[in-house]
Ligand binder design. Structure first.
Ligand SMILES: Nc1ncnc2c1ncn2[C@@H]1O[C@H](COP(=O)(O)OP(=O)(O)OP(=O)(O)O)[C@@H](O)[C@H]1O
Ligand SMILES: [Mg+2]
Length: 331
């Protein structure tokens, strides 16, 4: 990777520390919203069940750009609710089922993937509507309350208007099922909004949560604290030049102002410091620059942690040596 060898890579304590860095979950305001919505929908459902009544289910849509932290937030949510939601493989009960939308996202493929996620052996020769009838049957048998579709923006990719409407109708029919309504947890990139907004009835039953971008000024203090938090967890020092506003702004730009990407860069950089220098390491901008070079294939002049005029560099472009002005995107 660089002139320093990763001589602590096989050190057991270092490896353990790196694992614990990767596991660290930083609380986010969007997560609190997601948690509150999910909690209240679940509570309502339990109350309805106790009263023996069936209402149409409500759903949640979690939207954000790539690397904002959607998949992680859903994983954290499932983890948090694990003790409140039944999952008994012996009795085939599973109140939450999550899956990634397959590609291509035809109704048949999505239905088959959902059946597989439900643990149902899918034979492969049925047509779309018959598969979805089976999905609904299985959802009831498994007592599934929530179905999570990650990468849900793909439900509309390369589809005709007619196919897109059939996706929307299928989603609605699961929520409106009079015997066993199921709430959806749709997570995906901003195009997902188009699918949901396409149908007024669907939009009315979906609570939207958007993961926002980091703000290059407002979030500076918070970012400095997060870097420190990771370094503390790694039990290494941080040099002064990494504890200031200028560095925090560079870091946010390198992460394209996406919280998840930023957390990932910090984890990689702190891990890099540990792997090369062990617990004696002092986290410096050099560690970030080296990680960035490896990830983006960037020479110094296009390395956001090295270049003086880093604002013109587009962090999303790999190995990009064309610094045309439209490549730089302001927050
Ligand atoms: N709250 C958090 N605390 C710590 N790390 C986080 C947090 N949120 C996200 N991350 C990290 O950010 C990275 C990207 O997150 P994630 O995969 O959830 O993004 P995403 O929005 O699902 O992106 P994509 O649209 O590309 O699937 C992961 O490595 C994850 O560990
Ligand atoms: Mg994801």
């Amino acid at each position: 990777m660089n002139k320093h060898s990763r001589k602590f890579q096989s050190d057991k304590d270092v490896r353990k520390k790196v694992q614990s860095l990767r596991k660290l979950y930083i609380p986010r305001p969007e997560f609190d919203k997601l948690d509150a919505r999910f909690g209240s929908i679940l509570e309502q459902r339990r109350a309805d069940e106790a009263d023996g009544v069936v209402f149409k289910a409500r759903s949640i849509m979690l939207v954000g750009p790539s690397g904002s932290g959607k998949t992680t937030a859903v994983r954290q949510l499932v983890h948090k609710y694990a003790h409140l939601m039944a999952a008994d493989p012996e009795k085939d009960i599973c109140e939450f089922i999550g899956l990634q939308v397959p590609s291509p996202a035809t109704m048949k493929f999505v239905g088959a993937a959902t059946l597989r996620a439900l643990g149902y052996p899918y034979s492969g020769n049925k047509q779309g509507p018959a598969i979805w009838d089976q999905v609904k049957e299985q959802l009831k048998l498994r007592r599934t309350l929530f179905l999570g579709f990650d990468e849900a923006q793909d439900l509309a990719r390369f589809q005709t208007d007619k196919e897109r409407q059939s996706v929307v109708n299928t989603l609605k029919s699961m929520m409106e099922n009079s015997v066993w309504p199921v709430g959806l947890l749709l997570s995906g990139m901003p195009d997902l909004k188009k699918i949901v907004n396409q149908d007024a009835q669907l939009a009315r039953r979906v609570d939207p949560i958007q993961i926002g971008r980091l703000h290059s000024l407002r979030d500076v203090e918070h970012v400095i604290k997060i870097v420190q938090r990771y370094a503390d967890r790694a039990q290494i020092d941080v040099v002064a030049s990494v504890k200031n506003e200028a560095f925090a702004m560079r870091l946010m730009h390198a992460a394209d102002y996406q919280f998840g990407l930023m957390a990932e860069i910090i984890v990689l950089s702190v891990s890099h410091a540990l792997f090369t220098e062990g617990f004696e390491a002092k986290l410096s901008i050099r560690h970030f620059a080296e990680v960035y070079r490896e990830r983006n294939g960037a020479d110094d002049w296009m390395n956001i942690f090295v270049a003086e005029d880093y604002g013109r560099l587009n962090p999303r472009k790999l190995l990009d040596d064309n610094d045309s002005p439209e490549d730089g995107e302001d927050p």
